[in-house]
Design a protein around this ligand. Structure first.
Ligand code: FES
Length: 148
């Protein structure tokens, strides 16, 4: 595809998909979510600045780490440099998300440890199983949903 000189720095959605390893539908989804932006040509085709590759890289890394897209979108809102994450931006974001991941790991480890007891038990009691009723809500109210 031939592009004019001003368009040489832009990517089509197909080129962005090829460069990023994402599907075109995923890129459209991220655009609908406001994570990436394009301009439209006179023929209504999307064109992305090459710098979008850095945003897509952050989106991919965050997705693999289980960071919600809304969190990524919030982070992008705060980025200077036209929303293109620099190396320093990525360092700051990844440090913040590491804390979130550590907290999630701790919660999952806690759940896993409680699950060990359930594997041997099997009661699924809404009043006594610490997995089903982690804050003992039913016990605190004196009610039980399924038990007499
Ligand atoms: S299944 Fe019995 S305590 Fe969870």
């Amino acid at each position: 595809m031939a592009m004019g000189s001003g368009e040489a720095e832009e990517l089509t959605v197909g080129q962005l998909a090829a460069r990023s390893g994402l599907s075109i539908s995923a890129l459209h989804f991220y655009e609908r979510q406001g994570l990436i932006h394009s301009r439209r040509t006179s023929g209504n085709q999307r064109r992305y600045p090459r710098s979008i590759l850095r945003r897509v890289a952050v989106i991919k890394a965050a997705h693999r780490a289980g960071i919600p897209l809304a969190t990524v979108a919030d982070a992008f809102e705060l980025l200077p440099h036209d929303g293109v994450p620099t190396q320093q931006d990525w360092g700051r974001l990844s440090r913040a998300w590491r804390t979130e991941i550590d907290e999630r790991i701790a919660r999952l480890e806690h759940l896993r440890d409680r699950l060990d007891g359930c594997i041997a038990c099997g009661c699924l009691s809404l009043s006594t199983c610490s997995l089903v009723n982690p804050q003992d809500r039913l016990g605190a109210s004196g009610a039980s949903a399924l038990e007499p």
